[in-house]
Ligand binder design. Structure first.
Ligand SMILES: Cc1cc2nc3c(=O)[nH]c(=O)nc-3n(C[C@H](O)[C@H](O)[C@H](O)COP(=O)(O)OP(=O)(O)OC[C@H]3O[C@@H](n4cnc5c(N)ncnc54)[C@H](O)[C@@H]3O)c2cc1C
Length: 290
């Protein structure tokens, strides 16, 4: 790439020492589907790219009965889409990945990159929020695990400090009698960013909603949990009225903007529709009706 130094470490240690050596000028690149487009369009500048794609073992996708699924930072969206373990243990993850970009994009793009890019419309974010996922961060002298709910700070902004790399995303097992749905509304079917994304995790005890998580994408500066919407349904037998009230509460927690993809008013209308659809769809799945 003209004028940009590109380094390709093959271990995390090598990556950390390159980051230290290059300082703040260094930018991490994984699949490159966000970074390269932004560089080409002059939305960002970089003196040096640290291409982490060659770091061994970071592309692992593993499952453990106790702790659930672990998605290595370099696992591509298409690897997730095709992985038998994902289809078996968490099919909603494979279904959500298919809603992102094109098959060509998914061959390079990673979940970690989707999160670090921190677009308000990032499709993986609402889903991982309702799945209560955790993100493992590593740096030269340490590592820590943080909840995805604390990861986003603003459009394009996360809690990641310079020199930190996501190494893995941890997705716990779903509780019994539960189901998860992610619905994406966009202008066209196929490769388009979400106008609104809604994810719902629902757990039922008989007819009562014993646990619920709702997350929204593309309707606030970051993907958000919709706590007020959740409260309306938690501990209740869901009626159509309560589900619509919950969707209305979600619109009040959102702060959508007018942009080239949608008006804010349209986004609010779609939130109610998607919350309703997602809650009903999750309930049907739990009852074995779909
Ligand atoms: C045509 C097209 C269609 C798209 N459609 C969609 C869509 O429908 N939905 C959607 O959500 N997105 C979409 N995207 C955006 C993009 O594909 C995703 O955000 C992708 O998942 C980013 O992953 P990546 O590995 O390519 O990230 P990169 O471009 O390599 O990196 C993105 C950001 O993450 C940082 N980064 C990457 N990996 C790490 C890591 N392990 N640790 C620390 N920082 C890291 C980079 O420094 C950079 O800031 C689309 C993009 C294109 C070009």
């Amino acid at each position: 790439m003209n004028g940009i130094d590109v380094f390709s470490p093959t271990s995390l240690d090598e990556a950390f020492s390159l980051i230290k050596q290059q300082g703040r000028k260094a930018m991490i690149i994984a699949g490159g589907t966000d970074v390269l487009v932004k560089l080409k369009n002059n939305k960002i500048t970089a003196d040096c790219l640290i291409n982490i794609k060659g770091i061994k073992k970071l592309d692992a996708l593993t499952y453990d009965r106790e702790s659930g699924l672990r998605i290595g930072a370099l696992a591509t969206l298409s690897a997730i889409e095709c992985a038998e373990i994902v289809k078996e243990k968490l099919p909603v993850l494979a279904e959500t990945v298919k809603k992102i970009g094109t098959p060509g994009i998914r061959k390079s793009a990673t979940v970690a990159g989707n999160l670090c890019n921190a677009a308000p419309s990032a499709d993986m974010a609402p889903l991982l929020m309702v799945l209560d996922a955790k993100v493992k961060l590593a740096w030269e002298n340490g590592e820590k695990i943080v909840s995805i709910n604390q990861f986003f700070k603003g459009p394009g902004e996360t809690i990641l400090q310079p020199g930190q790399i996501i190494t893995e995303i941890q997705v716990p097992n779903l509780p019994p009698s539960s189901s998860v749905t992610y619905l994406k509304h966009s202008r066209v079917k196929g490769a388009d960013l979400a106008q609104v994304g809604v994810a719902v995790m629902l757990q039922m005890a008989g007819d009562t909603i014993s646990d619920i998580r709702i997350a929204l994408g593309a309707v606030a500066p970051t993907p958000i949990r919709s706590r007020e919407a959740e409260k309306i349904l938690l501990g209740k037998a869901a009626t159509e009225k309560l589900i619509i009230d919950s969707g209305m509460a979600a619109t009040r927690e959102a702060s959508p903007i007018n942009d080239q993809r949608s008006s804010a008013d349209y986004r609010r209308e779609i939130i109610v529709i998607l919350v309703r659809k997602a809650v009903n769809s999750a309930m049907k799945q739990i009852r074995g009706e779909s």
